[in-house]
Design a protein around this ligand. Structure first.
Ligand code: SAM
Length: 243
């Protein structure tokens, strides 16, 4: 018995209408994968606190469509990393729709166990879930400057995110922060950003979510030089003493 059948049907209908409207054209198989992930999230949400969003329309727009808006930032081909992925947003939709290899990182073990189960059950090739704090993962040889792009949604203020993300991205790659309407108030010293983290602000893309469900800015940074060896600082320091 699948008690999520009805919510998933209405989500499917919303995605079929709204995704082409933002220029995202998916195959039937890709759409089914996105819905399968949504179903697994809703099912697990009864036991593990993964999301407060359960209404089908809100789920489809705020989790799935919002994640896929990142495609407007022209994510480069190659391996990427989703920092603080939670239930797998935006990383899993990006892997499904964009065909990217994605590493999903989260500091909460129960979320990572859920993601590992999702990856196995959905047979998602090129997707892995890693348990750890961004500050520790960014110091690990297997992950440091090993990705073409990094993305994060709802994980922290801009200076914290950039300290988490820049060490994970190779020079020439992209750092993409998904931010709400307050983005304009979040600042990081430009010199620090350029000379310490090796980042240059490239573009701010304004996105209006369908069905009046909010606005967002995709803050795009280019990794133009190597990050200083001291970043990321020890776990907890980026949030306690933001750059
Ligand atoms: N990105 C997902 C989304 O938008 O639906 C989840 C957002 S949730 C509000 C923030 C997530 O970031 C949580 O799952 C939390 O465990 C994770 N997180 C917070 N700090 C972190 C850190 N330093 N390293 C890795 N994950 C972190």
């Amino acid at each position: 018995m699948n008690s999520n059948k009805e919510p998933l049907q209405s989500m499917g209908e919303i995605l079929r209408v709204e995704l082409p409207a933002i220029g995202v054209h998916l195959s039937g198989e890709q759409l089914q994968l996105l819905l399968r992930h949504a179903g697994l999230v809703l099912e697990a949400n009864r036991h593990v606190n993964l999301t407060r969003i359960e209404h089908p329309e809100e789920f489809a727009v705020k989790h799935i469509i919002d994640s896929l808006c990142c495609l407007q930032a022209q994510i480069p081909a190659g391996p990427g990393i989703d920092v603080g992925t939670g239930a797998g947003y935006p990383g899993i939709p990006l892997a499904v729709a964009g065909g990217f290899s994605v590493t999903l990182v989260d500091s909460l073990a129960k979320k990572v166990r859920f993601l590992q189960d999702v990856i196995e059950r959905m047979e998602l090739e090129g997707v892995q879930a890693v348990h750890g704090r961004a500050e520790d993962v960014g110091r690990h040889d297997a992950f440091r400057e090993a990705h073409r792009w990094a993305v994060a949604r709802a994980v922290g203020p801009l200076p914290v995110l950039l300290e988490y993300m820049s060490p994970l991205v190779a020079v020439g790659g992209l750092v993409l922060c998904m931010k709400g309407p307050g983005a304009a108030d979040e600042r990081i010293d430009r010199r620090t950003m350029r000379h310490e983290l090796g980042l240059a602000e490239a573009k701010r893309i304004y996105v209006r979510l369908p069905r009046c469900m909010g606005e967002r800015y995709l803050m795009k940074y280019e990794k133009v030089a190597g990050v200083k060896n001291r970043y990321p600082r020890k776990a907890g320091v980026p949030t306690r003493r933001p750059l």
